[in-house]
Design a binder for this molecule. Structure first.
Ligand code: ZN
Length: 105
């Protein structure tokens, strides 16, 4: 039986997400926490630079290639079923709101 991928909403703390997020790029991926570049998202369980554990993954490609969205999510999930896929637009929007709140206090 095949599996399908549906977007769901889950209550998460944006700071916690950022601390455990890998941003999956076209060639390599980077750690959202320390900005270390060149990580392999298919194999790295922890950041080689700052040592945090990856629990979440996101990719700009979901927005850039909306037609491939589910294909991309499936590809990552097959390699890394331990990671929860986060919507990139949601992530950047919420992070921006949080940074504005912190700045204006
Ligand atoms: Zn890091």
């Amino acid at each position: 039986m095949g599996h399908d991928y549906l977007r769901v909403f889950k209550e998460l703390n944006i700071e916690d997400v950022k601390k455990h997020l890998i941003i999956w790029g076209d060639l390599t991926s980077d750690c959202a926490s320390c900005r270390k570049l060149g990580i392999n998202a298919f194999s790295a369980t922890h950041c080689p630079e700052c040592g945090i554990e990856f629990k979440y993954v996101t990719s700009r490609r979901l927005d850039q290639h909306p037609g491939e969205r589910f294909h991309l999510v499936r590809r990552m999930h097959e390699k890394r079923p331990d990671l929860l896929f986060i919507d990139y637009t949601d992530y950047t929007k919420l992070l921006g709101q949080k940074q504005a709140r912190d700045f204006f206090g």
